[in-house]
Design a protein around this ligand. Sequence first.
Ligand code: AMP
Ligand code: MG
Length: 488
Amino acid sequence: MTNRNQSNLNLENTYTTLPEIFYQKLNPNPVPAPKLVIYNKTLGDSLGLDSSYMTSEEGIQILAGNKMPWDTVPVAQAYAGHQFGHFTMLGDGRALLIGEQITPENERYDVQLKGAGETPYSRGGDGRAALGPMLREYIISEAMYHLSIPTTRGLAVITTGEEIERETELEGAILTRIADSHIRVGTFQFAAKYGELNDLIALADYTIDRHYPYVRSHSNPYLALLEEVIKRQAALIAQWQLVGFIHGVMNTDNMAISGETIDYGPCAFMDTYHQETVFSSIDVNGRYAYRNQPSIAAWNLARFAEAILPLLGSSKEAAVQTAQTAISQFGEQYERNWYAGMRAKLGIFNEEEGDASLIEKLLSMMQYYHADYTNTFLSLTFNHNENMPMAAAPDFQNWQAEWKERLKRQDESQAAVKELMQNSNPALIPRNQWVEKALEAAVQQQDYTVMEKLLHVLKNPYAHSAEQAAYAKQEFDTGQSFQTYCGT
Ligand code: AMP
Ligand code: MG
């Protein structure tokens, strides 16, 4: 057992105050030879952890699940979810919540070990994770964080010294994941399906206390909870769309009630702009394609509303009506966020009715000319038409003239326009090829320098530094036939 004073881990276990159906207490399965491959010092410091301890032999034993801080109660969380539209009982099949870290600023974060071994929810799986997918989650969630998009983050990745069986033998790994919480739409679905009314109420109250305490003063706090979750998801999905992020597996168990991006599996950033882009090899019908993300989010939120229906009204009819009214606000809120973001990407400060068509025209040209999503907006920001495949096309030139006219119909200076565009269009996104190269070097050659360099240039995506430009130029190559595979 480890003394908390050394690690500065300051864990609480409020999740275990919920009714027992919501979790199973259990310790991680020990691993034979844990080795630290990456530690997120900035994140660790902000959590109040002692990095020299956490990266020491003893700290690594904690990150591997071989040793637990002395007074914590690890749990596997129960949840259900709609996977590709089909309802299933799930739960943490390979993850354990080891506790909630209370930071020096008195904030509370879940500390979870992903890949920590079998649990009662493993459904025949081995409870383990492979190094490549865990590093992938680490890289992409860091990129999302630095793009200012709400997300879980990786504190560390360790290898376990164990081979795990997939299509081939792979090196086992554990990701320490930090989240506002791991409460999912699927957690509520679980409560609604397998619990009593009191269980559902307990979960809703816990969620409110933890994430939305201000809704307590509302005449119906549970309706206010629904409305807040809708609001956060509308903002989140708009941010995804604006940077071209495709989650890949937006099942209801992968949607966090806190509004964070969670569960990076077959996700990827889009290079060439196309509305129908899908990366996931298992998403054969394109259910989770780029263009569908907003409507899928609304569908998932309707499942959330359905789960808490008994809390929304005195009669079922009244509750359904209330839920529908709330859900119907998602589309409008999403669009408001998305248009605000798109205007900013184009340097537009005020609003005009014609903006929607200006934006639409640009996007359909980008699709027609197979333009790179990120680089098109960068070229517009820095006036580098020569980088655009569509630069010489008359329809693009007409559009550009229309856009320039539009920019004149606002009071802001050219410098202000440029500044807004620089702050709204990232210099870099974690392109698939870059991520794959980094993973290949790490997994095949134990060479982490490629990954470290990538993480470094992704750190301040709105800086537009010479180093970032050089990196992008050197590494640029669009990958149109890229596929990602479920991170198992
Ligand atoms: P995901 O696709 O990662 O969102 O996972 C869906 C469900 O499968 C969750 O309940 C996971 O805990 C479970 N799962 C994924 N991989 C494994 C594994 N290797 N062993 C046991 N359960 C797993
Ligand atoms: Mg999941």
